[in-house]
Design a protein around this ligand. Sequence first.
Ligand code: NAD
Length: 426
Amino acid sequence: MTITTESLKAGTAQLNPYTMALQQLDEVANHMHLDPNIHEYLKYPKREITVSIPVLLDNGSLKVFQGYRVHHSLARGPAKGGIRYHPNVSLDEVRALAMWMTWKCAVVGIPYGGAKGGVVCNPKELSLKELERITRRFTSELIVILGPEKDIPAPDVYTDSQIMAWIMDTYSMNKGYSVPGVVTGKPISIGGSEGRNEATARGCVYVIMEAFQKKGVDPSKAVAVVQGFGNAGSIAAQLLQKEGCTVTAVSDSKGGIHNPKGLDIEKVVEYKKKTGTVVGFPGADSISNEDLLELPCDVLVPAALENVITGKNAPRIKAKLIAEAANGPTTPEADKVFKDKGIMVLPDILANAGGVTVSYFEWVQDIQAFFWSEGEINSKLKQIMTRSFAQVYSIAEREKVPMRLAAYVLALGRVAEALTVRGIYP
Ligand code: NAD
């Protein structure tokens, strides 16, 4: 079934991500007594494009793929958000993700509106050449809305720096000159930024350190557990260890490893490079992904999938702090449990905003054609993440609400203010 706005209204799509995003918006709007006109305005994406992408496959047959790009709000700046290639991409998923990007950019105060895009395809079944043809035709179909001053895509699920390079090249070929600022997450050789690869994890660890300070946790005595050992998770584990934490368990899609005395994360990274998984790492016991979440620790970092912490397992979770490196790992039912237990959750729109923040730095560097050192990037990132944490924390304290609601109050307040001062055109 295709999920449409109509089916949402008819209540036929209970677990639809766009329904969830709209419910969240309603809750925050009610909590903060948002102007009903602004609330109504923000329920709808500003624009959405559906394109057909005809592609010649390597076997000579033609296949037409569906692609989407949604701009949720451009009130605070050009559209920013990733492009995902996945068989389950749907227009409603892209709409929800675009709305979440609006909030994420607003929480960290970077001058962007929210966007997202996707192509319904299975990259695991496509050759590199087929992926290139899909990407170039998709870019060409979207060209009217793309551009450094209009819409700047980035990598997301199953898209990477190579795909960003093809987008940049296709856009540039159409313009007749190189336009590096049209995408972020590019290779450094064509205008990518130092520090972008580590940015999500680094930003997450900066806010964890701030939360530790508030809670009186000494990082050198702290225990950390990380689910997911990809870009966000493996780098977060390494950085936490550098801060002095003992990382007792990590996992990937094949399973987890646990050593209460601590794992040597550099060695786990090497091991995973060789074997493709953390499972079987010498000197550690194996543990399931479910049990790993319930280990006692000072900080639990879900860095893999959405909806892994639910109303069912939340009562058994012993972490003192949860930092959402992944998008949407905690369900609203679990949030209620943590609120009652006084467990602080650093929400995704704050905890993983380091990625989009360094994307913003990449865009700024591309536009000014002047590049910064990794040290400069990291120090600017730290400034933004610690400032954002402090702002969210002070709302949480003042209004006696969890950090997630506080982050949404901050974000929605900023977007509402921009809409109000700009006024409704015409
Ligand atoms: P990735 O593909 O590099 O890594 C994902 C990891 O999760 C892999 O180690 C994989 O084995 C593991 N995994 C998959 N299924 C699992 C399962 N069932 N149980 C446990 N582990 C499982 O992806 P990533 O870029 O690290 O992204 C992870 C999360 O962080 C996603 O939710 C993503 O949206 C979010 N995020 C990433 C960035 C970024 O810049 N990379 C930015 C913002 C948010």
